[in-house]
Design a protein around this ligand. Sequence first.
Ligand SMILES: Cc1cc2nc3c(=O)[nH]c(=O)nc-3n(C[C@H](O)[C@H](O)[C@H](O)COP(=O)(O)OP(=O)(O)OC[C@H]3O[C@@H](n4cnc5c(N)ncnc54)[C@H](O)[C@@H]3O)c2cc1C
Length: 492
Amino acid sequence: MDRRSFLGRLGLAAAGAAVLPSVASCADGGFADCPALDNVKESYQADLLVVGGGPAGVCAAVAAARKGLKVLLIDNGNCLGGMGTKGLVGPFMTCYDAKGERQIIRGLFEEIVDRLIAEGGAIHPSKIRHTSEFTAWITEGHDHCTPFDPEILKKVYDRLCAEAGVKVLFHANFVGPIMKGDSIRGAVLLTPSGLEAARARMVIDATGDGTVAYRAGAPCVFGDPESGRVQPASLFFRINNVDTDRLIADVVPHLPEFRRVNGVSYRCLHWRVAQAEAAGEWDLARKSVNIWRSVEKDQWVINCTRIHGVDATDAENLTAAEVEGRRQVEELMNFFHKYVPGCEKATLMGTGSTMGIRESRHVHGDFVLPVQDLIDGVIPDDNIFLSANSIDVHGAMGGPAGGLYMPIQKDMYGVPYRCLLPAGVGGLLLAGRCISADSAAAGAIRVMPPAMAIGQAAGTAAALCLLNGTTPSSLDYADLRKSLLEQNVFLG
Ligand SMILES: Cc1cc2nc3c(=O)[nH]c(=O)nc-3n(C[C@H](O)[C@H](O)[C@H](O)COP(=O)(O)OP(=O)(O)OC[C@H]3O[C@@H](n4cnc5c(N)ncnc54)[C@H](O)[C@@H]3O)c2cc1C
C-alpha cells in the first residue's frame, strides 16, 4: 500500500492537507516533512496477526498456534489480559447455565482457571455462590463467578502463549491495515522503534473497540444507534488491609433491603452511602458500592466509579475520563476510611492502568446478533459457545438509571459463528467485545468468559481457513464444530 492510500485508511490524508499546515511542528510541508511515515520497516511476517491481547486475543492466538499457525499477537500495553489485568476488572462472570447447575463455558477458559488455581490465583467457580462476598452479594445472574488475582493471570497468559509458540509483541499499537483489494494482509504498527509493518495471511481484530475492522472499512456503529450513547465507563481499583469479617458483619444484616428502584440499585453499602450523602461527602452517581472479595481474604475489587459519555476512540475524551476516574477513587477511599466498618485502614493497591470501557464500536457483519435471540435462548446452527451471562447494559442515559439488567430465564443461549465475520472485509475475523451484535446483546457477551470462548472460536476458524485453503465466510461450520469439541468446548 502506498503512503497516500495508507493515510487514507486512517482518515488522515484529507486532514493532512487541510489541517496540518497550521500545526507548528509540521508548519510547512504537512506529512512530507515527517520522514517516519516514509520509513515503515517490514519487521514481521506471520500466518495470523492477532491485534489486542485481552482475553479474546489471547485465546484466539493460543487456539491458532496450537493448530500449527505462526501467530503474532500484539498489544499496546505491557501485559496480556486486557481489561482483566490492565483494567483490574473482575471476577470472571458466570460460566454456568442459568440454573447454576452445569459449567457451560469450558475450553480455554477452563484451562486458564485451572492454571490460575494451581498457582493460588483463583477460586474454582463451583465454590462461588451468588449472594456471597465474592459476588458483591448480588443475588441474580452472578452464580459461580471466578475470583482471580490479576498479577497471577498475567503470568498464566504469558506461559500459555509461550508454550503454544505464540510470538507476543508488547508496546505495539495497531495504526492501520495493509490491504490487498478488500482483503486485509497485515498491519502497520507503532512501536518504540517507529512504524513497523507486520504481514499476515489473516488478521483477528481483538481490540475491543473494533479498530482494525473500522480502519479496514467494515461498517460499525457506536454504542446504541438509537440513543447514540454508550454504556458508562468505570475505573476499577483494588484495596487490601481490609478486616473482612467486620465488613461482612456490616453487610449481612442489610441483605433483605437490597433493591432496585427506577433502574437505581440500592445494594451493597447503600446504608453507608446514605450516611455519606447526608454529610455532603458523596457526589457519585451510584447509590451503592459493588465490592467483591478477591482470592486473598483482605483484598477486595471495587466497581463503583462511573463516567458517562466516554468515547474510547477519542484520546482527549479518554484522558478526561481517566482523571475523573481517579478523582472518584480518591472520594471512595475517603468513604471507605470514614464510613465502612473493617475498611478504616484499607490501602489502595492500585487503580486500573486503563479506564474500563464497557462499550464503544460494534462492528457489523451481514448478521447482527439481536438481544431477542439471547432472551429466547436461541442456539443457532453455527453455534460457537453457550452462555447464560445476564444482559447487563449499565445506564447509558446520563444518570444512574436507564440501564437494562436482565438475568437469563432460559437455561442458556448460543452465539453464532456468523457474528465473527465483518461485512465487506476479507481475511479478517472479529473476537471479543466488538463482534457483530446489537448493543444490548453485546451487553451480555462482553464479559470475560464469553470473550475467551469467542477468541478460541476465532483462532480455530482462522487456522482451519488457512489449513484448508478457504475463507472465513466459506468455512465449513462442521469442521469448526468438530475442532471446538476436540478442544473441550461445550456446545450442548
Ligand atoms: C467497567 C467494567 C467492568 C467489567 N466487569 C467485568 C466482570 O466483573 N467480569 C467479567 O467477566 N467481565 C467484566 N467486564 C467485561 C470484560 O472485562 C471485557 O469486556 C473483556 O475483557 C473484553 O475482552 P476483549 O478481549 O474483547 O477486550 P479487552 O479486554 O478490552 O482487550 C483488548 C486489548 O486490545 C488492546 N488494544 C486495543 N486497541 C489496540 C491497538 N490499536 N493496538 C494494540 N492493542 C490494542 C487493549 O489495550 C487491550 O489489551 C467489565 C468491563 C468493564 C469495562
